[in-house]
Design a protein around this ligand. Sequence first.
Ligand code: ZN
Ligand code: ZN
Length: 256
Amino acid sequence: MIALTVLGSGTVAPTPERTSPAHWVEAGDARILFDCGAGTLHRAASFDVAWHTATHVALTHFHPDHWAELPAFLFALRWGIEPSRQDPLVLFGPVGLSARLASLAAAFGEWITEPEFPLEVVELEAGTAREIASDVVLETCKTPHTDESMAYAVRHAGRRLVYTGDTGESAKLAEWAADCDLMLCECSLPEERAVPLHLTPRQAGALARKGRARLLVLTHMYPVFGTTDPTSVAREEFAGEIVAATDGSRFTIEGP
Ligand SMILES: [Zn+2]
Ligand SMILES: [Zn+2]
């Protein structure tokens, strides 16, 4: 089984309902935090997610809404729980992560890169796959958004979850995402506000159709959607099940 809890279904634009991107995935012995935007820790507390037991953190790109809370996350592992963390943590991100962490260490302190638990920093190229726990494989794919931006997939027990991160339209991404059980897809802006480096509901629906997803979960929604329902537009492109995530949404993909 793969389980997903959406901690933050929003963007950098603040609303009471949606905090910045953060998605908690449990698969086998792995507990992975995908992106770590503002609000991650407090939403995790609200939704009873054991954030401090994360085995891995995986960052899609370096826009601040996707990782600005990482220093607080590391700080909280020392001062926000009792007893403080001892277990190792693996931090995945695009190439350039180590240099950025060094800059953060200069700003906040050496504990960023040398906390009191083993911290492994792994820069991932797009187009790779690696086993991160028994029968848990983490895959990456380049997305058209920033120079370094990547999508991730988790494979476990014959199931596959894809998280697009931020992306524009991409045939390559659709091909890579093929036959995923759950596509957690960015859906930034409605059709009339479309931009090249993000997706609209229609484009998200088309990506899910081309990727033959079984369940499409929309996330990363700007407040401009208001109370309108993006799933109704996405449904014009995708016949499978579609859910617009809210902070606290939970999904499980049962094994075969
Ligand atoms: Zn971005
Ligand atoms: Zn974003």
